[in-house]
Design a protein around this ligand. Sequence first.
Ligand SMILES: CC(C)=CCC/C(C)=C/CC/C(C)=C/CC/C(C)=C/COP(=O)(O)OP(=O)(O)O
Ligand SMILES: O=P(O)(O)OC[C@@H](O)CO
Ligand SMILES: [Mg+2]
Length: 255
Amino acid sequence: MKIRKKKMKLKGKVKKYLMDKLNDNEKLHFSLLDPFKINSSEELKYIAKNLYNVGTDAFLIGGTLGVSKDKLDFVISLLDDYEIPKIIFPSNINLLSEKADALLFLSLLNSDDIYYVIGAQIVAAPIIKMLQMEVIPTAYVIVGHGGTAAHIGKARVIPYDNFELATAYTLAAEYLGMDFVYLEAGSGAPEPIRPEMISFIKKASSIPLIIGGGIRSVEVALKLVEAGANIIVTGNIIERDVDKAIKIIRGIKNK
Ligand SMILES: CC(C)=CCC/C(C)=C/CC/C(C)=C/CC/C(C)=C/COP(=O)(O)OP(=O)(O)O
Ligand SMILES: O=P(O)(O)OC[C@@H](O)CO
Ligand SMILES: [Mg+2]
C-alpha cells in the first residue's frame, strides 16, 4: 500500500516560504499556468512534473480571458501532489478559491480605472476572509507592451525606458507596505522588462521584484536576474516550448 507522504500544508506559510528563500539570496522562478489554455490534464501533469523536478519555486495559476472558477479549481487539484505553493494570479474577483495556498492580492497601481486599484480588492476582501485564504499584497505595475492585462486592466502603461516613473511606482508600493512589486510587460510581450530598468529601481528600493512578460530564453532571464530581479515569471514559453522553460528554470536556480 502506497503510504501517502503527509502533505506539508503550505496554506498560511507561503509568504514565509518565499521570504526565507529570498533572504537566503535565492533567485526564484514562478511557473504561470493559464487554466484557459490547458488542453488536457495529461498535458498539464506532464508539464507540471517537469517544471517541479527542475526546481520551479511555485505555480502561479491565472489568466485574463475565459478563466472560470471551475477551471481554476480543476487545475489547482491536478497540482495537488507537488509540494510547492499554488498561488492564484487573479484577473478578477471570480478567481478566488479555498483550494489555493495563497493569492497574489494585486492592486494595479497604474490603472485608469479605480476598480483595478481598490474596487475589486474591497469586494474580494470579505470573500477572502471567509475562505481563509493567505494573501500576498503585491503592486501590479504594467510596463511597455502590456498585453491583455493592460487592456482589461485599463492601464496607463509605463514606457520601457522611463526608469524614473517605474521607480516612483515601486517606492509608492513600498511605502504602502506591499510585499512585492510585479513589473509586467504583458503576457507574450515582444519585449520584456529591461534589465536597466531593474538595476535603476534597485538603487532606490529593495522591495522584492517579480518580473514577467515576454521572457522566452535563459539568456534574457539571467540578464534580468543579474540586474536584480528576485522572481522571474514565465507563462507562454511553458505552453509553447517546455524544454526552453526547463532551461530557464535550471539557469535561474543555479544562480
Ligand atoms: C485582488 C483581486 C481578487 C483582484 C484584483 C484584480 C486586478 C487588480 C487585476 C489586475 C488586472 C489584470 C487583468 C490582471 C491579469 C493578470 C494575469 C492573470 C495575467 C496573465 O494572464 P494572461 O494575460 O491571460 O496571459 P495570456 O494572454 O498569455 O493568456
Ligand atoms: O506569458 P509570459 O509572456 O511569460 O508572461 C508571464 C506573465 O507576466 C503574464 O502575466
Ligand atoms: Mg490568459
